[in-house]
Write a protein that binds this ligand. Sequence first.
Ligand SMILES: Nc1nc2c(ncn2[C@@H]2O[C@H](COP(=O)(O)OP(=O)(O)OP(=O)(O)O)[C@@H](O)[C@H]2O)c(=O)[nH]1
Ligand SMILES: [Mg+2]
Length: 427
Amino acid sequence: MVAAPLLRAHQAARLQSVSMSRLGLNPHVIKTAARLHLLRGSGFSTSASKWQAEVLDRTRNIGIIAHIDAGKTTTTERMLYYSGFTRRIGDVDEGSTVTDFLPAERARGITIQSAAITFHWPPQTAGDGNTTPQEPQTPRSASSHTVNLIDTPGHADFTFEVMRSLRILDGAVCILDGVAGVEAQTEKVWHQASTYRIPRIVYVNKLDRDGAAFGRTVREVASRLGGWPAVCQIPWFEGGNGRFIGIADAINLQGLRWEEGDGKSVKMFNLEQLASEEPQLAQELKRARIALIELLSEHDEAMVEKFFDCEEDHLAVPANDILESLRRCLLEEQGRKIIPIFAGASFRNIGVQPLLDAVTNLLPSPPETPEPEVSIGGVKGGLRHLLSGDLLVEQGEKAASAKGKQKKKSAIQAESRHAIEKLQAAP
Ligand SMILES: Nc1nc2c(ncn2[C@@H]2O[C@H](COP(=O)(O)OP(=O)(O)OP(=O)(O)O)[C@@H](O)[C@H]2O)c(=O)[nH]1
Ligand SMILES: [Mg+2]
C-alpha cells in the first residue's frame, strides 16, 4: 500500500511511453502504423501499442499535498468511497481510514507515511474495457480513468516523505483549509512541487467551518503561491450566509447542492434555475465565469479565438473548451502560473466528485509529463536517455576523456621529473 506499487506502476507507464519514443513514434504515428499493419493482415503488436497508449492516456498519477490537518486523508477517503473502492467512509479521528493504516497514524489521527492507492474514476462499468476514442466536446471525465494516488503527510517532520513522492508524480491536488488559508507547510510543499514542475490544482476544503473565507483564501493563493487563481467553483452558502450546502460551477455554469447523507445524492441547477433559487449566487457565478474566460484569454490564444467565435459572450463558451484551455495552460511551461481553484467540505461529503472530475480533466497523463532528470557520474539527461543507453555512453566517454587527461598530466609530470633529475646529475 505504500509508494512502491505506485512507483512501479508509474515506471511501467513511463517505460511504455519511453519504448514508443525510442522507436521514434508518437501515439498518433502508432495509430497510423496500426492501420497499415492491419491492412497487411497481422495487427497484434501495433494494436497492442495503440491499446497501451490509450490506457496510458487514461492514467493519472497524482499526489495530495498540503499543510497538516488540511483534510488530505479525509478527502482521499471520500474519493475511495465514491469510486467504489470502499463500501463505507472511514474517519481520521476514529482511526478507520484506508491510507492512515499504521498503528501510530491511527492512534494520533495524523499521517506519518505517504500511502499509495489505486482506484478508478468515474467508477468502471461493464463496457469500460473497450477504450473507445473520446468524442469531441466530451470531457475526459466521461470515461473511466485509473487514478494512482499518494496521500502525503502534512507535518513538517515528515517532509522527506512528501519529497520522496513528488519525484514520481505527474500532477497534484493541493488542499487548503478554508479557515486557515495558505499555511507555511503548504507554501513549502507547493514550491517543492514547482521544482519538479508538477501541474497542480487547488481545493479549498473545510468551507463548512465557522470563519471559512473563500475569497480571502483565493487572494492568498495569488499572493503566497505566486500564480493567477482561476476560480472554477464558488461556494454555495444557503440563502447567501447560511450553512455551506454546495458549489456553483463556473465551467459548466451550474449549481450543485448536496443532500444530507453520504454525498452521493446531488441536485443540479442550471443557470436559470439557480437564478430563481439563489439570485445572488447566480450573479456571482456569472461574474466568476467572465473572470475565468478573461484570465484564460490572457494566457491561451485558442481561448481568444473561441471567445470571438462565441461573439464575445463569456457565457456562451462551451464547457469543454474551457477545460481544454485550462489544461493547456496548466501543462505548458509558461502556463504554470495559472492555478485552477475548486471548493468543498470533504468531511461533510460536499465537493469531492467534481474534484475527481477535475483530476481526470485537467491533470496530465504519464506521456504528457516532462521526463524526470537523471544524473550519472556528473552527466545529466532525461530518463529516456538513460533507458536508451545514451546517457551511459556519454558518461563512459566523459570518464575516458578525464582519464586520458589524467594520463597526459602524469606523463608531463614524469617528463619534468626526469628533466630535473638530469639537470641535478649534470656536473
Ligand atoms: N469541519 C471539517 N473538518 C474537516 C474537513 N476535512 C477534514 N476535517 C477534519 O480535519 C482533521 C484533519 O483531517 P485529515 O484528513 O487527517 O487531515 P490531513 O491533511 O490528512 O492531516 P495530516 O495527514 O496529518 O497532515 C480531522 O479531524 C478531520 O475530520 C472538512 O471539510 N470540514
Ligand atoms: Mg493525512
